[in-house]
Design a protein around this ligand. Structure first.
Ligand code: ADP
Ligand code: X15
Ligand code: MG
Length: 414
C-alpha cells in the first residue's frame, strides 16, 4: 500500500509558519446545486489544517478546483466564490477572494498574518489538468510565486497529476501534508494493507470512464462487486442490453489514447467469472424521461426503454443487493451512489445499500468514499460505518495499489 511504502511525509507540524505565506491545496469540489452547497463535508474536514495556519500567524492562501468545466475560462456554476463565503462562516472570520487564480499577486500582497484568501477555480485554466507537463509547470510557477510554503490537504484529488498537486511542490522544492491528508493516508494504510476477506466492493457514481479502469486490478482483492449508478449501464451495454437515454459512457481517455470501455466491461465480466468474483448488476431501474425529480417509471427487467433514462436502481435490484452476504463480509468498500440521490425520487437505491452495511458494522469494516459520502452519512447510517473518506477515485486507486502522485511528490520526513 503506497501510503506506508512511501514512508512518512513532512507534516504541517514540521513547518515554521509564522509570518509566512502558506499555499494550501484543498479539495473543495463539493456537490452544488443552483449556487448552493449540498454537502460541506470536504470543507469541514480541512478546517484543522486551515486553522493551524491561521493560529500560527501564517498568511493563508487556499486553492482548489471545482467540477469539470467544459470550456476554459470563467463559468459561474463552477466559481469558488460561494465556497469562499461559506468558508468565512465556518472559520468565523473574513475570507477574501481572488477572482483570477493566475493574477492574484495584489490580493496576496494585502494579506497580514492570520488572514485568509481563496483563489478562484484552478480548472478555469487548462494548465491545471493539462497532459503536457511544461504547461502544468507554467501554471505551477505562478501559483508558487504567491507563497513561501506549500501544504497539501487535498486527499480527494491526490490521484491527479495536476499543476497545483504535483507542479507547485516540484517548483517550490517542498511540500508538506496537512492533517486531513495524513488522517486519510494513515487510515487507508492500515485498512487496505491486507484487507480482511471476504471483501465486497460497491461501485457506483458517474465517473465511469475513470473508475472502470480501476476495477480490473480490484478483482484480485475483492470477492463480490456490486455495481450501480451510471457504471451499471456500461456493463449492461456490454451484455447487449438496452440502456435507453441513460448516461452510458463508452470510451475513456488514457495515456495511450482512447479505449472502448464497453469492451473493457465485457472483459471484466469474463475475468471475474474466471477468478470466482461475483458481480452484481441491476435487474431493474427507476427511470424518468428527463433528468428531473419526478415519480419514477420502474422497468420490468434490466432493459431500459429508448425514451427513458435510468436514474436509480429499481426495487428488485435493491432486494438483490441487500441479499449480498454482508453478514460474511469482513471489509466493504463503497464508492459512488447507486443513483442520482440528489433527487428525492432517486435516492432509495443508495439508502438501500447503506442499510445492510450499517446493520453489519460490528463484523464488517465499512469504508465509504467520495465527494458525496457525507450525504450518505446523513441517511442516518453513517455513525455505524467505519470510515467516511473525502476521496472517491483517490481511495479506489489506493485499493488498486497505485501510488498517488499528489502524495508521492510531498517531501519525505527527514
Ligand atoms: N444513474 C445515474 N445517472 C447519472 N448520474 C448518476 C447516476 N447514478 C449516480 N449518479 C451521479 O453520480 C454522482 C457521483 O459520482 P462520482 O463523483 O463518481 O462519485 P463519488 O463522488 O462518490 O466518488 C452523483 O452526483 C450522482 O448524481
Ligand atoms: O470529487 C473528486 O473525486 P471523487 O468524485 O472521485 O470523489 C475530486 O475532487 C477529483 O475530481 P476529478 O475526478 O474531477 O478530478
Ligand atoms: Mg464525486
Amino acid at each position: 500500500m503506497p501510503g506506508s511504502a512511501l514512508g512518512p511525509k513532512l507534516s504541517i507540524d514540521d513547518l515554521d509558519i509564522k509570518d509566512k505565506n502558506v499555499l494550501v491545496r484543498v479539495d473543495f469540489n463539493v456537490p452544488m446545486k443552483d449556487g448552493k452547497i449540498l454537502d460541506d463535508f470536504r470543507m469541514r474536514s480541512a478546517l484543522p489544517t486551515l486553522e493551524k495556519v491561521i493560529n500560527s500567524g501564517g498568511k493563508l492562501i487556499i486553492m482548489s478546483h471545482m467540477g469539470r468545466p467544459a470550456e476554459t475560462g470563467y463559468e459561474a456554476k463552477y466559481s469558488l466564490k460561494p465556497i469562499a463565503d461559506h468558508l468565512g462562516t465556518l472559520l468565523g472570520k473574513p475570507v477574501t477572494f481572488a477572482a483570477d487564480c493566475m493574477d492574484a499577486a495584489a490580493e496576496v500582497a494585502k494579506l497580514t498574518p492570520g488572514d485568509v484568501l481563496v483563489l478562484e477555480n484552478l480548472r478555469f485554466y487548462p494548465h491545471e489538468g493539462s497532459k503536457d507537463k511544461d504547461q502544468r509547470l507554467e501554471m505551477a510557477k505562478k501559483l508558487a510565486s504567491y507563497a513561501d510554503l506549500y501544504v497539501s490537504d487535498a486527499f480527494g484529488t491526490a490521484h491527479r497529476d495536476a499543476a497545483s498537486m504535483t507542479g507547485v511542490p516540484e517548483v517550490m522544492g517542498q511540500g508538506a501534508s496537512g492533517y486531513l491528508m495524513k488522517k486519510e493516508i494513515d487510515y487507508f494504510s492500515k485498512a487496505l494493507k491486507e484487507p480482511e476477506k471476504p471483501v465486497v466492493a460497491i461501485v457506483g457514481g458517474a465517473k465511469v470512464s475513470d473508475k472502470i479502469q480501476l476495477l480490473e486490478n480490484m478483482l484480485k482483492t475483492v470477492n463480490q462487486m456490486v455495481i450501480g449508478g451510471a457504471m451499471a449501464y456500461t456493463f449492461l451495454k456490454a451484455q447487449g442490453k438496452s440502456t435507453g437515454k441513460s448516461k452510458c459512457e463508452t470510451e475513456a481517455e488514457t495515456k495511450k489514447g482512447k479505449i472502448d470501455i464497453v469492451e473493457l466491461a465485457g472483459k471484466l465480466l469474463s475475468k471475474a467469472k474466471e477468478q470466482g468474483v461475483e458481480i452484481y448488476l441491476p435487474v431493474d431501474h427507476r427511470c424518468s424521461a428527463e433528468f428531473k425529480d419526478v415519480e419514477p417509471v420502474i422497468t420490468s427487467d434490466e432493459n431500459i426503454p429508448d425514451d427513458l433514462m435510468a436514474l436509480d436502481i429499481g426495487p428488485k435490484t435493491e432486494e438483490l443487493y441487500c441479499s449480498v452476504d454482508f453478514a460474511k463480509a469482513k471489509t466493504a468498500i463503497w464508492n459512488g451512489p447507486m443513483g442520482v440521490f440528489e433527487l428525492e425520487h432517486f435516492k432509495p437505491g443508495t439508502w438501500a445499500v447503506a442499510r445492510p452495511l450499517a446493520d453489519h458494522s460490528d463484523s464488517c469494516c465499512s469504508i465509504v468514499g467520495g465527494g458525496d459520502s457525507e450525504r450518505r452519512e446523513k441517511s442516518g447510517y453513517a455513525p455505524k460505518l467505519s470510515h467516511i473518506s473525502t476521496g472517491g477515485g483517490a481511495s479506489l486507486e489506493l485499493l488498486e495499489g497505485k501510488v498517488l502522485p499528489g502524495l508521492a511528490i510531498l517531501t519525505d520526513k527527514p
